[in-house]
Design a protein around this ligand. Structure first.
Ligand SMILES: N[C@@H](CCC(=O)N[C@@H](CS)C(=O)NCC(=O)O)C(=O)O
Length: 224
């Protein structure tokens, strides 16, 4: 047992930590904490992550929040030279794509998926959905052209850069991606990896078990 604990129900950004742990073949304990007062905002959880958000990990006593900081940390700790780039420039590119994903596409994909898939049909807002697609169009073209030239973001091999971007936009697999065919095939390739499939299975199960009231709360508290 590595002494790694991953907090956060798999429906949340904890999916990203679960995917990297599976890629790395780590032993870990998963604590499927729910958002808000049911979990992440309790005094016990706030003592671990004062942000009251998911995910957070505790790795042999080392506490770390921010999903992509978690994936980068675990990849660097366990797979430098393979999943985590072993060169200065490779590392910087992995950071570049990770920060890009958080800044450019994380919120848009989240808004789209809530208003296209996750909220009950009568409560979906077509305006928000269309606006999200407009916000995503330009960055998706950037990603499409990056993976048109080579199979993965840093070259011929799958790295943590691919994992981070694919995990952030994983819910975009349900969009019409015909305008960005290279992005579509790259995302499919990433999500078909055995480790991704294992983490996605946990996420789908959590999605299916999430009551509509919780999905409404997600949209409300995050103003999505
Ligand atoms: N930038 C953070 C965002 C974390 C975040 O917002 N997590 C959501 C779940 S996906 C959450 O905990 N929301 C509940 C809340 O804000 O109360 C990360 O990537 O870890």
């Amino acid at each position: 047992m590595s002494g790694l604990r991953i907090y956060g129900i798999a429906r949340t950004r904890a999916f990203r930590a679960l995917w990297i742990a599976a890629e790395l073949g780590l032993d870990y304990e998963h604590l499927p904490v729910e958002i808000g007062d049911a979990g992440a905002r309790t005094p016990e959880f706030l003592a671990i992550n004062p942000n009251g958000r998911l995910p957070v990990i505790v790795d042999d006593g080392f506490v770390l929040f921010e999903s992509l900081a978690i994936t980068l940390y675990l990849a660097k700790k366990h797979a430098t030279g393979t999943l985590y780039p072993g060169t200065l420039h490779g590392e910087a590119r992995a950071w570049q794509w990770s920060f890009w994903a958080i800044a450019e596409v994380d919120r848009g994909v989240n808004i789209w998926s809530l208003h296209a898939v996750r909220l009950p049909p009568a409560e979906r807002d077509a305006g928000k959905r269309e606006e999200a697609l407009q916000v995503l169009a330009a960055p998706f073209r950037v990603l499409d052209s990056a993976v048109a030239k080579q199979p993965y973001l840093l070259g011929n091999d799958f790295t943590v850069a691919d994992l981070n971007v694919a995990a952030v936009i994983s819910r975009a697999i349900d969009m019409d991606l015909s305008a960005v065919p290279s992005l579509h095939s790259w995302l499919t390739r990433c999500l078909e990896r055995p480790a991704a499939r294992a983490a996605l299975a946990l996420k789908r199960k959590a999605d299916n078990e999430t009551p509509a009231e919780v999905t409404r709360r997600i949209a409300r508290i995050n103003r999505l």
